[in-house]
Design a protein around this ligand. Structure first.
Ligand SMILES: [Ca+2]
Ligand SMILES: [Ca+2]
Ligand SMILES: [Ca+2]
Length: 206
């Protein structure tokens, strides 16, 4: 399997995780060499400040790194809560990022993670929506994607990570839910073709 820019071999007990921040605190940014990548403003500054920077999206709440266009340079997928889309910004050797595309995924996206869910060695993003959905996009390997399946995920699916949790060499997705009085996670086991099985619910107590 291919995961986040490198070959992924579950038998070596590798794992990956996604970075998320609460939807209530979208104001953050990264200082990068040669430019300032401001998620708060939704702008990528390439070099000196100017008026022509492309807008990434409104209210970004989560992001995931990975090589989405196969050039061995890390890129970033950004979940834009305010726009209902996922922005893909491509990394360059000089550390500056460039907006590649915005992918409509549905209303109020929250968590984002990436893995190769169909085992074609091209990285695929997955996004959860506040209103109880999990959406899988399949990467074409050049920074473009096609919307694949969406799955019901009731309970406000706020946090997500990817790994092979049953050692069948197909990537799976674990989601933590944070709706009121919800105390469980769900594991969606992958079939290896970009589709997922019905989730298994694990109670977390409380
Ligand atoms: Ca790349
Ligand atoms: Ca793939
Ligand atoms: Ca698996």
């Amino acid at each position: 399997m291919y995961l986040k820019g490198s070959y992924y071999r579950p038998e070596k007990a590798e794992s990956t995780s996604t970075s998320t921040v609460p939807p209530t605190d979208p104001e953050f940014g990264y200082r990068l060499s040669g430019g300032f990548f401001s998620l708060e403003a939704g702008l990528v500054f390439l070099g000196s400040l100017g008026n022509s920077q492309p807008k990434i999206g409104r209210k970004p709440v989560a992001l995931e790194t990975g090589d989405f266009n196969g050039d061995r340079i890390q890129d970033i997928a950004i979940s834009n809560y305010g726009d209902g889309n996922l922005s893909i910004v491509l990394g360059r050797k000089d550390g500056i990022f460039k907006l590649k595309t915005k992918l409509k995924v549905g209303r109020l996206p929250i968590a984002v993670a990436a893995g190769d869910f169909n085992n074609d060695e091209k990285l695929d993003p997955a996004v959860t929506l506040w209103f109880d959905k999990l959406v899988i996009l399949l990467g074409k390997g050049d920074g473009n994607f096609k919307l694949a399946e969406s799955y019901k995920a009731p309970g406000t699916p706020a946090y997500m990570t990817v790994g092979d949790f049953n050692s069948d060499k197909n990537l799976d997705i674990a989601i933590a839910f944070n709706a009121v009085r919800v105390n469980f996670i769900r594991i969606f086991y992958g079939n290896g073709d970009g589709t997922l099985k019905n989730p298994v619910r694990i109670e977390s107590g409380g």
